[in-house]
Design a protein around this ligand. Structure first.
Ligand code: URA
Length: 438
């Protein structure tokens, strides 16, 4: 237990600005003081900016994470279930619907899966928004309902509880408007505090790398991965971090209902190859970390079997019904206009930039620019031609799903500009899995 100390926030800002290492006690008091309202926003923002220039040591990042966890309640799902509990987290990107496919597969393999997910902001979508395209689906369960559903149905996915890590919610909002989001130790402690507070014993992290992700380079992604794995180990949890490609959208579909449909198709092994590969990789790692006592090769076999024998799809339907939704894919909302984007000339897709596709989907109404914006679940983009693929002149590269013709035409222009079609193979062929840090 870290003893409480009296702090002067201005001193801590100055010492961090000068590159000094702060003690555990000082960091804990700063964060808890901020959560209580004793440390004002402007001082916390100044401290974050000092961290931008000076960084945090491993010990400081650990103390920060610990303080964030201590700012609220924690959940012990493992004790409630009497089982080892696994969890996953992605740093987010364009077309990332991985959790919606992974959860029913892992549960179908006999491993309980209870996950707290977030909403999307700007070009990167959130799992909760995607799930809300399912008619009737409830993302808000009480903690008791959540635990009971994981026990009885094998899985549940809900919004992050307001009682868990309140310091992160306040700090994230502050960072968002003070140019202090892209600071690796702050991202690491923000993500890991929420995962650790939710009580998983083993965690698979998916750090996205590329133009559609927070981390633009593999070097930066590796640093973030190493810090998160270190935080997990210090807390006595097993953590495996995958670094995966976000230089093009994941799978084909970008947009809420479109992504749910693609995730469900993947449950019967009918998804796009890059997305299926990522889903199998995440499932195999989660199953190998579970209490089934198997390795990743056996985990992959088990996941593949659940996809081909229909049990993953059955588990999905049970899960959606348990949370009040109707799993019939025909009931997912459909946009009134579908506009084809065709290749102007033949060649090979050398590049399909993720960020402009994410922004085009956002402009169609699939995401929100501000927290209070509402989402149109039906709209989005399906990119059927992906990097490395040969296309002919006039071939459909993508379909834009829009509310009206004018919005469709605008998005179609942006989608076409995101494609680079050349005579040559792409300079560097990137697989979906780039590296693993454990
Ligand atoms: N995701 C989080 O949860 N926190 C961050 O700081 C960045 C991404």
């Amino acid at each position: 237990m870290i003893a409480a100390v009296a702090i002067r926030a201005a001193d801590l800002i100055e010492r961090k600005r000068n590159g000094e290492e702060l003690s555990d006690e000082e960091i804990v008091e700063l964060v808890l003081g901020f959560t209580r309202g004793d440390v004002p926003d402007y001082q916390m923002a100044a401290w974050c900016m000092a961290v931008y220039f000076r960084g945090l040591s491993g010990q400081e990042t650990h103390a920060l994470t610990d303080a964030m966890i201590r700012s609220g309640e924690t959940l012990d799902l493992g004790a409630a279930l009497g089982r080892k509990v696994v969890d996953k987290h992605s740093t987010g990107g364009v077309g990332d619907k991985t959790s919606i496919a992974v959860a029913p597969i892992v549960a179908a393999c006999g491993v309980p899966f209870g996950k707290m997910s977030g909403r999307g902001l700007a070009h990167s979508g959130g799992t909760l928004d995607k799930l809300e395209s399912i008619p009737g689906f409830r993302v808000e369960l009480t903690i008791d309902e959540f635990v009971a559903q994981v026990r009885d149905v094998g899985l549940a996915m809900v919004g992050t509880s307001a009682d868990l890590v309140p310091a992160d919610r306040n700090l994230y909002g502050l960072r968002d408007v003070t140019a202090t989001i892209d600071i690796v130790p702050l991202i690491a402690s923000s993500i890991m505090s929420k995962k650790l507070a939710a009580g998983a014993h083993a965690i698979v992290l998916d750090v996205k790398v590329g133009d559609g992700a927070f981390m633009k380079t593999i070097e930066d992604a590796r640093i973030l991965a190493e810090q998160m794995v270190d935080l997990g180990k210090r807390a006595g949890r097993q953590v495996v971090c995958l670094l995966t490609d976000m230089d093009q959208p994941l799978g084909a579909a970008v947009g809420n209902a479109l992504e749910v449909r693609e995730a469900v198709e993947t449950l019967t092994a009918e998804g796009p190859p890059d997305f299926m590969e990522l889903v199998l990789e995440v499932c195999s790692r989660l199953l190998a970390l579970s209490d089934l006592g198997i390795d990743t090769v056996q985990g992959r076999e088990l996941a593949e079997r659940a996809m081909t024998d229909g049990t993953a799809r059955e588990t999905y339907e049970r899960w959606i019904r348990a949370q009040g939704g109707d799993p019939d894919l025909e009931l997912l909302p459909r946009a009134p206009v579908v506009h084809e984007v065709k290749a102007a000339h033949g060649g090979i897709v050398a590049r399909l930039a993720a960020l402009p596709i994410g922004i085009a989907a956002l402009d169609l109404g699939a995401g929100r620019r501000r927290k209070e914006d509402t989402i149109d679940h039906s709209v989005g983009i399906v990119c059927s031609a992906k990097r490395g693929q040969e296309v002919e002149a006039g071939q459909v590269l993508a379909d834009v799903h829009a509310r009206d013709e004018a919005e469709a035409a605008r998005a179609a222009g942006a989608v076409l500009a995101a494609y680079e079609i050349t005579d040559a193979e792409p300079h560097s062929h990137r697989e979906i899995l780039l590296d693993v840090v454990a």
